[in-house]
Design a binder for this molecule. Structure first.
Ligand SMILES: [Zn+2]
Length: 512
């Protein structure tokens, strides 16, 4: 039987509650489908992996897993076999059928529960059709799909990984950036950045476009590299790219530089004008690193980067670069202090039952006083027991543009013996801040838990200003917790964080 016929059968089936048993050709015409025939197969589940709505392209893998009675013959709609896994290789569980099918050009599944054929190998019925729990669509590569980024802070992830911090983030995008959608997995679209790089974005952050006459790659033009006047805080690199293309960026160290990759851009940059107003940008250059990747390289004057943002003005990409503050003293700077959690987000709790949100607020307020005594301008994310979503905090901070951010939290572990203090950074260029804080906090005679990098914490994600997270100590460790709730310790902790900031500023002044 041709796949087309199966699909027809299946569409019928899809409207039923049960499975469809297909009688053998030789079976008498009077034979009807009996629940017993289906029951005897003992099908517990028929799932795609991941078990979520999927959009696939030719070349993608379709993984299907079935749990049923042992000794059956199971295959996909196109007879691609799903062999029974040996129980020994499957934690002793028999009757699990699994297989991977590579989607071929011409395969068609229009938003369908994938038909899976289960055959009891007797002559009575050749097979019974079951549908996967989730629906699958096979996209037609001849009709590419595009969408525009939308929402408050659209972001891209590397993959579909999930943990309590969310998937590993590749970076944020401006709004109205046109992205090519080449797949979907549950709540995420798969985005094509280049021929060798994909990303994932939450579906609610991409507005699907109708059939688009996509102009293909875009040509870049000349660069304007300029700065604010002498009292300003920023330098700017502008390049017109014709349309809002997706990009990724990062800060490199030794030498200190900003790298921005624009996907789908091709160089027609024939000059770059550097103005005398520049304070932080030392040099600029570009490379066409692949036929569909245009790389901007922006060298900075100072070894310590103070942050940058990337966004569009019209269809010109603008990299806004924060200059190193003129005077590296607390009294000339704005320090953002973030008290972790608050309101309905109570955070970690130890044996005493005192929630993390209370401890972080106390330390943060003491830190605020410490910093104000030194003349710093302090920006608090919260000063009371209020609910303040993490992403909203990030938005607020990006807008406020502090010189430095410190986030204060209390750690927790499933193992009560784990204890100590730790500091965290996401971007390597901001590691010196986290190290300076770590050195000073360790003076409190806390155990070393570590200086931890690449940390996928939302408040460590911004590139706009140096930022670090201090996980003061463990609420889950009785010894640490006793210290955390002690007012004297809270004061000492605030003092050491202030000293850590001063150490960072001093070391930055000394770095050549
Ligand atoms: Zn926390």
């Amino acid at each position: 039987m041709k796949p087309f016929t199966f699909l027809l059968l299946f569409c019928l089936f899809a409207q039923w509650a049960g499975a469809q048993t297909v009688p053998a050709k030789s079976a008498p015409a009077t034979r009807t489908i009996t629940p017993a025939a289906v029951d005897s197969l003992k099908v517990e589940y028929v799932r795609t992996q991941p078990d979520a709505e999927l959009w696939l392209q030719p070349g993608d893998r379709l993984n299907v897993r079935v749990k049923a009675r042992t000794g059956l013959k199971v295959s996909l709609w196109n007879k691609h076999p799903l062999p029974e896994l040996p129980a020994a290789q499957n934690k002793g569980e028999a009757g699990v059928y699994a297989g991977t099918y590579v989607v071929q050009p011409g395969d068609k599944l229009p938003n369908l529960n994938v038909p899976v054929l289960v055959d009891d190998t007797t002559d009575l019925y050749p097979y019974t059709v079951f549908g996967t729990a989730s629906k699958v669509t096979i996209l037609n590569p001849a009709q590419p799909l595009y969408g525009l980024t939308q929402g408050k802070m659209p972001y891209m992830n590397y993959g579909l990984g999930e943990d309590r911090l969310g998937g590993a983030k590749m970076g944020f995008l401006d709004s109205l950036v046109r992205v090519q959608i080449i797949g979907k997995s549950g709540r995420d679209y798969k985005i094509k950045l280049s021929n060798t790089l994909n990303a994932y974005m939450p579906v609610q952050q991409v507005q699907l476009e109708g059939p688009t006459a996509y102009p293909g790659e875009s040509l870049t033009s000349s660069w304007s590299v300029t700065g604010d006047d002498a009292n300003g805080k920023y330098d700017y690199v502008r390049v017109a790219v014709g349309q809002r293309l997706p990009y990724t960026s990062y800060l490199d160290v030794n030498p200190s530089r900003i790298i921005v990759d624009i996907y789908g851009a091709v160089s027609n940059t024939n000059w770059m004008t550097l103005h005398r107003t520049l304070r932080e940008v030392k040099n600029v250059q570009y490379q066409q690193v692949a036929s569909d990747v245009y790389r901007m390289i922006i060298d900075l004057k100072h070894p310590q980067a103070w942050g940058y943002s990337v966004g569009y003005q019209g269809t010109s990409l603008v990299v806004k670069i924060k200059r190193q503050p003129e005077k590296l003293k607390l009294k000339h700077l704005t320090i953002a202090v973030d008290a972790g959690h608050g309101g309905t987000s109570t955070g970690a709790t130890g044996k005493t039952g005192i929630p993390e949100k209370e401890i972080t607020l106390k330390i943060a307020k003491l830190l605020q006083q410490e910093l104000q005594r030194k003349g710093a301008t302090v920006l608090m994310t919260r000063e009371a027991d209020v609910t303040f979503d993490t992403m909203e905090r990030v938005r607020m901070l990006k807008k406020a543009q502090p010189d430095i951010l410190v986030s204060v939290h209390v750690n927790s572990s499933g193992r009560p013996e784990v204890q100590g203090t730790s500091t965290y950074y996401r971007h390597l260029a901001f590691r010196p801040l986290s190290q300076a804080l770590y050195e000073e906090v360790l003076e409190l005679d806390l155990k070393e838990f570590g200086n931890i990098g690449g940390f996928n914490f939302a408040l460590n994600a911004p590139t706009e200003y140096p930022n670090a997270l201090v996980e003061t100590a463990f609420a889950s460790n009785p010894e640490d917790e006793q210290r955390l709730i002690n007012p004297q310790f809270q004061e000492d902790m605030a003092q050491q964080i202030r000293k850590g900031l001063e150490r960072f500023l001093k070391e930055t002044r000394q770095r050549k």
